[in-house]
Ligand binder design. Structure first.
Ligand SMILES: Cc1cc2nc3c(=O)[nH]c(=O)nc-3n(C[C@H](O)[C@H](O)[C@H](O)COP(=O)(O)OP(=O)(O)OC[C@H]3O[C@@H](n4cnc5c(N)ncnc54)[C@H](O)[C@@H]3O)c2cc1C
Length: 410
């Protein structure tokens, strides 16, 4: 029997849900507050859209979802990354696999993914209307439609909430889904930022603002548990408040209980060289430039803007000549090159986070269908649910898998 279905939100999960639901013969209306679909999708992967991760094992997928990964067992098994890849290639978007199994369109353009999804929903007869939904219409624990800011009301047999999280609110994802969920009696786990820049105690970060460090390795140390909780290699960036960039964003999702001073970021500025190799390199530079000031010698080893801060931290006078540098001073320099330490004080706010951690309590959603256990005919998919993953295309895979499952369950 064909049903009348409303999908709220035309992001990654809503477009998926709407298209597959309509493909089954249902009459689907997609309500989106923006004039265009997939605004957040457009900015994913720095405009290149890391559309999924080409991992083939279900367990590996779940391991990359540190919060409530098991809840996604059915959604992932019904729509795996290989299905995502096949889906987009069948829509005419050739894909490529990069480092870490990250999948991108060959064109490096997220607009190709958005256009493909838009074409998919249109071809399946989904009707899209620009509306800002303000509440659900619920009677006797069953949803029967939605009310909009315009004053319009839409009735439906089923409603799918695909409104996303609360980060990057300018894209339209402002957390409205949490209001709808509460209205239906759901618990909302407090939204928190994840994959987010980090604030640091050290004032010199603002002095280094804009400096990007490439090919460095980092470690995050938990002072309370006395252990390293994360390590990575890649690129990071100094900002006026602390640090950002790929390795920092990834690290942030491993920090679960933020407390000022509890976590430290240790940067190895020369990961390719051992202590001994660095010592030899310094000795060579000192020998070749005996009357050069240490500050100028360090310019040969580090980005220019980092050198004054670096030399100050070694407590060696910047004018010290190479032939005056003692063994202890050399050890001090090498120690700092191998372990440049920053103290983390906080996450940046939620609206700067790539992902919202928290959301609708998973125990109140049927993982086999994405239907609410508390309100009949109501479904959820995507980031609005309390699941979040590491970087690498896993978050979009969550949106596609849960959207596919919700759309196919009606
Ligand atoms: C900068 C950035 C880069 C990212 N890069 C990647 C990446 O490369 N790979 C990856 O896997 N993940 C990435 N992500 C995460 C990924 O984009 C999200 O996890 C994903 O878009 C979530 O999909 P969604 O459908 O749940 O929500 P969204 O894509 O946020 O869509 C929600 C939609 O609902 C609409 N909406 C909200 N409220 C209402 C309302 N009341 N009425 C009507 N419409 C409403 C919004 O306008 C929006 O269009 C990135 C995120 C950001 C911010």
């Amino acid at each position: 029997m064909s049903k009348k279905v409303i999908v709220i939100g035309a992001g990654a999960s809503g477009l998926m849900a709407a298209g597959f639901c309509a493909a089954k013969g249902n009459t689907v209306t997609l309500l989106e507050r923006n004039d265009k679909v997939g605004r957040k999708l457009m900015i994913t992967g720095k405009g290149r859209c890391n559309v999924t991760n080409a991992c083939t094992m279900l367990n590996e997928l779940i391991e990359n979802v540190p919060v409530n990964g098991r809840f996604l067992y059915t959604a992932f098994s019904r729509f795996m990354p290989s299905d995502t890849m096949e889906f987009f290639e069948s829509l005419g978007v050739p894909l490529k696999i990069e480092r870490g199994n990250r999948v991108f369109p060959v064109s490096d353009k997220s607009v190709d993914i958005v256009d493909a999804l838009n074409g998919f929903v249109k071809r399946n007869g989904v009707k899209r209307i620009q509306e800002h939904v303000t509440s659900l219409i619920i009677k006797d624990s069953s949803v029967s439609g939605v009310k909009c800011e315009s004053g319009n009301e839409y009735t439906a047999d089923d409603v799918i909430v695909a409104t996303g999280g609360k980060s990057y609110p300018l894209t339209g994802s402002t957390g409205d889904g949490y209001i709808f969920a509460r209205q239906a009696g759901h618990t909302v786990v407090k939204p928190k930022p994840s994959l987010v820049p980090l604030e640091c105690h050290e004032g010199f970060c603002s002095q280094l603002k804009g400096l990007s460090l490439k090919n460095i390795s980092i470690k995050i140390y938990d002072n309370e548990k006395f252990r390293e909780i994360y390590s990575d290699f890649g690129e990071m960036l100094f900002t006026h408040f602390g640090v950002s960039g790929p390795v920092v964003l990834s690290a942030s999702s491993h920090i679960r209980e933020m407390q000022s001073g509890r976590y430290e970021l240790h940067i190895d500025l020369k990961p390719a060289l051992t202590f001994e190799q660095l010592d030899k390199r310094l000795l060579r530079e000192f020998k070749e430039n005996p009357s050069k000031a240490i500050i100028n010698i360090m310019n040969l080893l580090l980005p220019k803007s980092l050198v004054p801060v670096f030399v100050k931290l070694t407590r060696i006078h910047p004018a010290t000549k190479a032939n005056q540098v003692t063994k202890d001073m050399r050890i001090e320099i090498i120690n700092l090159l191998k372990d440049f330490k920053l103290t983390i004080t906080d996450f940046r706010p939620l609206d700067e986070a790539v992902i919202t951690s928290g959301g609708i309590e998973v125990k109140e959603i049927n993982p086999k269908t994405m239907e609410s256990k508390l309100c009949r005919n109501l479904y959820f998919c995507g980031e609005v649910i309390d699941v979040d993953a590491y970087t690498g295309g896993f978050n979009l895979q969550i949106a596609f898998s849960t959207g596919y499952l919700a759309g196919n369950s009606i």
